[in-house]
Design a protein around this ligand. Structure first.
Ligand code: HEC
Ligand code: HEC
Length: 259
């Protein structure tokens, strides 16, 4: 099987650099520098893979940032991807490839990957069940945590905000095929994603339910949900719940039509 990923992506990135108009080179260099930094820091943690043509070998470029089993790393912005529904993971990889979700290192890594390969990677990480990494202590007051808990479990009917658990699952482990688990995510990452939705930088398939929700959350609400969510412990079985469209308060394009 042709090995799309194992080709040295430093040379892929170098090729992108040559093609990029000069105005776009600064972010490219920044992305490469960022990557080099993490690759160096994490190298010892990455075991050698014996079979170079296995999926385990092909995802080695991912584990420097997402952890060996996709559990995330100590860096607050690198998300856990293990155990999220395969449909959700595929949608994100396709969004990075097609440029509708932006994070330079991710965009370059998947830029030339065919659908078949993105599905294979998505299914691989969806199957993983690595232990959860240590939680960060939330540096916020009890009132903020209480607001976070209320929003996640009951929403805020006055502001038209539904309970997050209605879609993300009572154990916050997500719902097949397109809704991610929120347990095990760090506050910086959660704040980043909700803010991006609110300002229109992150999109999902229409109707984009998360845009509707994020635009109703204030800055304080975002801090509150992120802090509370980051303190939760995953249930014993962190698998996503099975699809339940009836329970969902809003329609979500990415739940109904996973490509
Ligand atoms: C340089 C570090 C880095 C590398 C290498 C990397 N990622 Fe990522 N990845 C990130 C960051 C940071 C994000 C969050 C980006 C954002 O939305 O701002 C992310 C986001 C993702 C997401 C979406 C997560 C979610 O819950 O929405 C998926 C899926 C993903 N990466 C898979 C991969 C795969 C597969 C590979 C290997 C082909 C890979 N990543 C390599 C840093 C990296
Ligand atoms: C109507 C269903 C629904 C509700 C209610 C809902 N979400 Fe979501 N959420 C989704 C879907 C669908 C996605 C995935 C969108 C995509 O494909 O990118 C998502 C994605 C997310 C993500 C991105 C996770 C990641 O790994 O990048 C965060 C964070 C999030 N939701 C937070 C919340 C919070 C906080 C609430 C409650 C205030 C909430 N959601 C309520 C459907 C919902």
């Amino acid at each position: 099987m042709p090995c799309f990923f194992l080709r040295d992506y430093r040379s892929t990135a170098a090729a992108s650099l040559q093609r990029a108009p000069s105005g776009q080179r600064a972010p490219l260099f920044a992305a490469l520098a960022l990557f080099a930094q993490f690759a160096l820091a994490q190298n010892e943690a990455v075991p050698l893979v014996k079979d170079a043509d296995s999926i385990e070998a092909r995802v080695q470029g991912c584990v420097t940032c997402h952890g060996q089993g996709g559990q995330g790393t100590s860096n607050g912005y690198f998300p856990r991807i293990a155990g999220k529904p395969a449909g959700y993971l595929y949608n994100q990889l396709a969004a990075f490839r097609d440029g509708t979700r932006h994070y330079a290192p991710m965009n370059y890594l998947v830029a030339y990957m065919p659908d078949r390969f993105l599905h294979e990677i998505a299914e691989y990480f969806a199957r993983q069940r690595p232990p959860f990494v240590a939680k960060e202590v939330a540096n916020v007051g009890a009132d903020v945590l209480a607001r976070g808990r209320a929003l996640v479990s009951a929403g805020d009917p006055q502001k038209g905000i539904p309970a997050c658990v209605a879609c993300h699952g009572v154990g916050l482990t997500g719902m097949d095929p397109g809704i991610p688990g929120l347990v095990g995510l760090r506050p910086t990452y959660i704040v980043g994603q909700l803010t991006r939705w609110r300002v229109g930088e992150r999109h999902a398939a229409e109707p984009d339910c998360m845009k509707r929700i994020a635009t109703r959350l204030s800055d304080t609400d975002i801090t509150a949900v992120a802090s509370w969510l980051s303190q939760q412990v995953a249930p014993k079985d962190p698998s996503p719940e099975s699809s339940n469209l009836v329970r969902m308060p809003f329609a979500c394009g990415s739940q109904q039509a996973v490509r």
